[in-house]
Design a protein. Sequence first.
Length: 367
Amino acid sequence: MLLCGHAVAAALPEIPPPDIAAPAWVLMDHDSGQILAERNADKPLAPASLTKLMTAYVLFGKLKAGTLKLDDRIDISQQAWNAKGARLFLRPGSSVRAEDLLKGLTVLSANDAAIALAERVAGSEKNFVIEMNAAARALGLGHTVFMNATGHDEKGHGSTARDLARLAAALIREFPEYYSWFSLKEFSDGRITQYNHNALLWRDLTVDGVKTGQTRSAGFCLIASARRDGMRLIAVVLGARDENARVEAGQRLLDHGFRRFETRLLYAADIPAVRTRVWRGDQSTIPLGAGRNLYLTLPRGWHEKLHARVTVRESLNAPVQQGQAVGTIALDLDREPLAEYPLVALKQVGEGNLFQRTIDKIQLWLQ
């Protein structure tokens, strides 16, 4: 198990992963970002329609920026009409509301919808793919390269289980209002009703997304997310042999994670862990904390063995910028070092006036 890029201390019990019939898979906690179990997590493979998570991520960003609106009418090109695989069967020359295309993309994995939206926001699918790869780099998805917006098999088009889990987490975190579309079990554009391919939406009521995919090269793929008792997990399965195998793999991973692990919020972003003296400033004290919601996932029963030590750098002098690192938060588990995080200023303290600086200088000299 990995904790924020550091190997967790050997004091943790070894928890064997479930038997998963797939060549590559990952189980990740959404809030802590910790990998709880994995196999070939960094092996590049064809992702099939799991690609459309990035297609959706870029498009949701356009909605947030206001350059795409849900009521926009999107023209359907001949290229969109020619799309193979899952489709809305859009007629070339027609126009469709962006919201309907987005729901067709997220619920039905419609390839014609993906191409039409890509052309609308970037001028062409090729230009849109450039934006997809730029977003992948910004998210730190170091083993992911996209060649198209649909997930069709193409040389050079690939991702990894770890990268896809991180992409799913980013989408859920940044666009919760649109992520809910992935939980819809069906979608109708007024002509035909089609159904979500994610069988876990029917099998496990705690599952609320996200995507399936299947091509000749990729096999049967799945990203599934579920939330139970305030804890959200993300499971990624690549290359399963058939539909039943990917569903079973996703279910086993989620059940394993919820049964064996627990995630807790250690420090809230805006709640001080400590207040300390600041010298020569326009204020005499400053609140310090993690600066973000700091979550930790441990095997069940092990949070009680956790101890935090907050260390502040000696003689903290103004000015201090909000977010400036001024110490450390060290976590020990069962008296063994576990992890270390920056302790940051939660607010800014400016330089004091001449009188304040003089008084503090005298006090420091007398210490």
